[in-house]
Design a binder for this molecule. Structure first.
Ligand SMILES: [Mg+2]
Length: 386
């Protein structure tokens, strides 16, 4: 038994160079971001940590702090019990705080048994095929500032061995422009690259969603994601939408928790299930839903990227691509990955191997090394629960 003695939550802030408001490219610009890292210590001297990428929201931070108080004295290896406890105690909320704590507990277990988390999960692969997931377009110069830039960038990714490319367009609700980007990219890269589009709930109407969906059919798109303004919340609406188009739909990014997502599937709301490990209960919550989907012949996609995602993907047979996002031309860094690693961990286009894959970290636990000096230098706050 490894008893939790204290949990430390550190917040840190850093500037991303050449980024402007909203994550746009802006030459010489600086975008300040604040994220956090959780470390769980047990009475036998073990420490497990996790630093959320996309999921490092103020809401998740508040929940992590609230949840941490109640975990002191618990057995760190009873992750199912802790998961149930946190799910119950925070049932009025989205429970996004569970993930960082759960991932830190898995990291701790991996260190205890000197094994990567992927191995504890029964992982069977070391190379993960990626898809490039773009930043949104922008009207100011740089980045993806034109339809042509999308086509050029898709070609660049293809030439680097990346076999799939997902468009995040201009998010202005213009279905015609969405279709123009899709058409330009397909014409540029030819028939072999897998293409996807994600209007991110910005199309103004159901009819717009049908129009773009039919373009997906015509252009041979691999999946069609969260098209219109219901924010992918209605299973019935998406069941109706699926009746009009042939391209498989990837929905449920904005629904939280494995029970609600299972309901969404059974109501006919999607063809592929979207799970966000940083929002849907960490490793414990993700594996429950992935297994459920596997049982009914459904593939899952893990939303965004991070060390936790890689270990999960190594062990989930019914998933296809690792979301390398969000990427763009003009600068390698992305908004999602905090620059806090002392090793070569990275979610950038230049981190992808010639085989179009990224590796699963093979060290104990989550297998990444944090640059603690850098995190300390950037620290904006620290709370220790004991
Ligand atoms: Mg999406």
């Amino acid at each position: 038994m490894s008893t939790i003695t204290n949990i430390t939550v550190q917040t840190y802030a850093y500037d991303l160079e050449d980024f402007g408001p909203g994550g746009t490219y802006q030459r010489g610009g600086k975008l300040r971001l604040e994220k956090f890292i959780v470390s769980i210590t047990t009475d036998d001297g073990l420490v497990g940590s996790y630093a959320p990428h996309f999921g490092a929201s103020p809401q998740a931070l508040a929940q992590v702090k609230d949840m941490a108080r109640g975990l002191i004295g618990h057995d760190a290896e009873q992750r199912e019990r802790i998961f149930e406890r946190l799910k119950q105690s925070h049932r009025h909320y989205d429970k996004s705080g569970i993930a960082a704590l759960d991932a830190a507990l898995w990291d701790l277990a991996g260190k205890k048994y000197d094994a990567p988390v992927a191995k504890l999960l029964g992982g069977y692969r070391q190379r993960l095929p990626v898809y490039a997931s773009t930043t949104p377009g922008q009207s100011s110069p740089g980045g993806l500032d034109s339809i042509g830039k999308y086509a050029e960038f898709a070609q660049t990714c293809w030439e680097q061995g990346i076999s799939a490319f997902k468009i995040h367009g201009f998010f202005d609700g213009d279905a015609k422009k969405e279709i123009a980007i899709m058409t330009a990219v397909r014409e540029q890269v030819g028939a072999d690259m897998k293409l996807m589009t994600d209007p991110a709930s910005t199309l103004g109407s159901f009819m717009d969603a049908i129009e773009v969906g039919r373009a997906c059919d015509d252009l041979g798109f691999y999946w069609y994601e969260d098209p219109y303004r219901d924010a992918s919340s209605s299973a019935v609406a998406h069941k109706r939408l699926r009746d009009f188009i042939k391209t498989p739909m990837l929905i449920a990014e904005h629904i939280r928790g494995f029970e609600q997502k299972a309901d969404f599937v059974l109501a006919g709301g999607t063809d592929i299930m979207h799970i966000d490990p940083e929002l849907d209960g960490g490793i414990t919550g993700t594996m429950k839903l992935a297994h459920f989907c596997d049982a009914i012949g459904m593939e899952v996609q893990l939303h965004t990227a991070g060390p936790m995602h890689r270990h999960l993907m190594a062990a989930i047979p019914n998933t296809l691509f690792y979301e390398l996002g969000l990427v763009r031309p003009d600068g390698p860094w992305n908004l999602m990955q905090p620059p806090i690693y002392a090793d070569d961990y990275g979610d950038r286009v230049d981190c992808v191997g010639a085989d179009g894959c990224v590796p699963v970290p093979d060290g104990p636990g989550l297998g990444v090394t944090y640059d603690w000096d850098r995190i300390a230098a950037w620290e904006t706050g620290r709370e220790v629960f004991c």
